[in-house]
Design a protein around this ligand. Structure first.
Ligand code: ADP
Length: 277
């Protein structure tokens, strides 16, 4: 599929029942006049529900900014974003906070577990704080998927990095969020633990129907995804369905070559919709 086919800017063609998150003409600029940096430049994107999407691109290409804008962690300079059927660019602070709590799960490079609580208590903490009882069956499924067995009573310091990240993912899964966003969640892990985490996320998509979006530098992460979006210079420059590590690596090398030898010509061509697989 061509970039224009997926990133169709026409709102009427975007079906909110199959789309977990969307952006239309999203621009994000930092700074003022002399110091202005355009981190995102009129980005259109649809994140399909129940799929695993990876966002890649060179450092500074706008990956984290795109994720933050889609997740309502950062405001946009112009344009609109949606989580499911809710336009978040119209929400006031209180409603935005509620939507983030109820509809979005986050996983980061740092696991952000509470050291005084055991794994099980960390998993249920957000629901406990919200005064909600998790669905017992779902809790059972999530806990089984996390695969910690008798270590559920262990505290974070008694678990490996990979186990801690699995606890953080289970915590994100428990409220059945519309979407889970991850910013380099395997960044602190060795290759084997990182692969375990990616496989776990893949199974959350396949077996639990979860929607997952990851920002990563790692081409090896891409082969777990259904689709990779490539950002360059604040724009979606290309995308790849059913990615393999080799194909992603080649594409990334082409990007960095084109960007460094022709002053961003690839990004410019991409904006005109002329890049191809
Ligand atoms: P990536 O995640 O691809 O490395 P980012 O989204 O972090 O890229 O950054 C995109 C661009 O926006 C970069 O040029 C970066 O320096 C700039 N940027 C990001 N956050 C800020 C900020 N808070 N203030 C100023 N510039 C920023």
């Amino acid at each position: 599929m061509t970039p224009t086919a997926i990133h169709n800017a026409d709102r009427a063609t975007s079906d909110r029942t199959v789309t977990a998150a969307s952006a239309r003409q999203v621009t994000k600029a930092y700074g003022t006049e002399g110091t202005r940096v355009t981190a995102l430049d009129a980005v259109d994107v649809d994140i399909p529900r129940g799929r695993f999407t990876v966002i890649m691109g060179p450092s500074g290409s706008g990956k984290s900014t795109l994720m933050h804008c889609l997740a309502g962690l950062d405001s946009v300079t112009s344009g609109r974003t949606w989580i499911g059927g809710t336009e978040i660019t119209r929400l006031k602070d209180k409603h935005l906070t509620e939507l983030r709590r109820d509809k979005i799960g986050f996983i980061f490079q740092a696991y952000n577990l509470l050291p005084t609580l055991n794994a099980m208590e960390n998993i249920t903490l957000p629901m406990d704080l919200a005064g909600r009882k998790p669905d017992e069956r779902w809790l059972g499924q999530v806990v089984q998927a996390v695969g910690l067995g008798d270590r559920l009573q262990h505290r974070p310091t008694q678990l490996s990095g990979g186990q801690q990240q699995r606890v953080a993912i289970a915590r994100a899964l428990l409220s059945r969020p519309e979407i889970i966003f991850g910013d380099e969640p395997t960044g602190n892990l060795d290759a084997r633990s990182g692969a375990e985490i990616l496989a776990f996320l893949r199974s959350a998509v396949d077996e639990l129907g979860q929607t997952v979006v990851l920002v990563t530098h790692d081409p090896a992460a891409a082969c777990y995804a259904d689709r990779v979006l490539f950002l360059a210079d604040g724009s979606i420059a290309d995308e790849m369905a059913s990615p393999t590590t080799d194909a992603v690596l080649k594409r990334m090398l082409r990007f960095s070559g084109a960007l460094s030898t022709s002053h961003g010509s690839l990004a410019k061509r991409a904006r005109r919709g002329t890049t191809r697989a």
